[in-house]
Design a protein around this ligand. Structure first.
Ligand SMILES: Nc1ncnc2c1ncn2[C@@H]1O[C@H](COP(=O)(O)OP(=O)(O)OP(=O)(O)O)[C@@H](O)[C@H]1O
Length: 311
């Protein structure tokens, strides 16, 4: 189902959490709300889900004005960072819960729950209690539970936020594949640019209660609307007063048109990359090279080089 947010404003006291936010999410998309902490991502997600009321503006779900409809009647599924499972119920019963309270036939529930547990790769854990699962498995159970009642919209608020880096990475891949199978319109909140770039069809960059840019991961990364988006989406450095991606900065060992002279201040090897800090007088930009590039240039500390930002 499509979602239309129209001129939504929200204040907490005098603090403006959302300032005239408008956004359209197309049916079946996986959209990331990305931005720094406190920017208003969760507030926007909660307004879409009906957990929070906007002061101004409207939310339409599949063309219908849902602004005053309570969350339980919006047909949305939620997953939060700290998922509140029923501790005394098995994984199976946790996933079945929404169907049981809707008084669906037992056989239908059994079939649906097994289907969902297979989808999230938790079939063999059906009889365990939530506390007997790892953090990543618990979040997968949370997703199965949210999907059980066939929501039109899935809202995820930092669903992998509390997990370690390795598990987060696995769950990202998994969420992407799950979405390719299920196609439910999904909005997820993250402050992690890599997570957003990797998983989402569309990014919505939010800062200080405003949308800075909406676009595909490639558009937002390659054509940032402003310096904020550019800095937030990846590392940046300064050359000739401009923001430049360190991996776009070109280094030459001979004088080159449009390149400015600099000295190699330091070389630092970090995994597969080499960071070259340069001294260009007023500015100290840094470049990110592969080991191969660095070796081909034969750079050493103190060398005189010429550096250029891409056009
Ligand atoms: N119920 C509330 N009462 C008062 N202030 C609130 C309330 N909810 C949110 N805020 C404030 O609104 C701002 C936006 O919060 P929100 O949770 O939407 O940001 P966020 O971008 O999701 O950040 P985070 O990633 O840290 O959750 C924050 O400054 C927050 O302190």
């Amino acid at each position: 189902m499509s979602i239309e947010v129209n001129s939504v404003g929200k204040r907490f006291g005098t603090f403006v959490a959302l300032d005239d936010v408008s956004l359209t999410v197309a049916d079946g998309r996986l959209t990331a709300l990305l931005g720094p902490s406190g920017g208003g991502k969760s507030t926007l997600l909660r307004i879409i889900g009906g957990l929070e009321q906007p002061d101004t503006g409207t939310v339409r779900i599949n063309g219908t004005d849902a602004t005053r409809i309570p969350p339980q009647r919006r047909n949305v599924g939620f997953v939060f960072q700290h998922y509140a499972a029923f501790k005394h119920l098995s994984v199976y019963r946790n996933v079945a819960f929404g169907l049981e309270i809707r008084k669906r036939p037992k056989a239908e529930i059994r079939e649906r729950v097994h289907e969902l547990l297979a989808l999230v790769h938790l079939e063999q854990f059906a009889d365990r209690l939530p506390e007997q699962l790892s953090g990543g498995q618990r979040q997968r159970m949370a997703l199965a539970r949210a999907l059980a009642v066939e929501p039109s919209v899935l809202l995820l608020d930092e669903p992998f936020g509390a997990l370690d880096a390795q598990v987060r990475k696995e769950l990202r891949d998994w969420l992407r594949r799950l979405h390719d199978e299920v196609h439910v319109t999904t909005i997820f909140v993250t402050h992690d640019q890599e997570e957003a770039l990797e998983v989402a069809d569309e990014l919505v960059v939010i800062n200080h209660g405003r949308i800075e840019q909406v676009g595909s991961p490639a558009e937002v990364y390659d054509k940032p609307a402003n310096d904020f988006v550019m800095s937030f989406l990846g590392p940046v450095t300064h050359l000739a007063g401009r923001l430049v991606r360190p991996h776009d900065l070109e280094i030459f060992t001979a004088e080159t048109p449009e390149a400015v002279p600099a000295a190699v201040a330091s070389l630092q090897r970090i995994g597969f990359e080499v960071r070259v800090t340069l001294d260009a007088g007023a500015e100290q930009p840094w470049a990110q090279l592969t080991r191969g590039q660095s070796e081909a240039l034969g750079l050493a500390t103190g060398d005189r080089v010429w550096i250029r930002a891409p056009r």
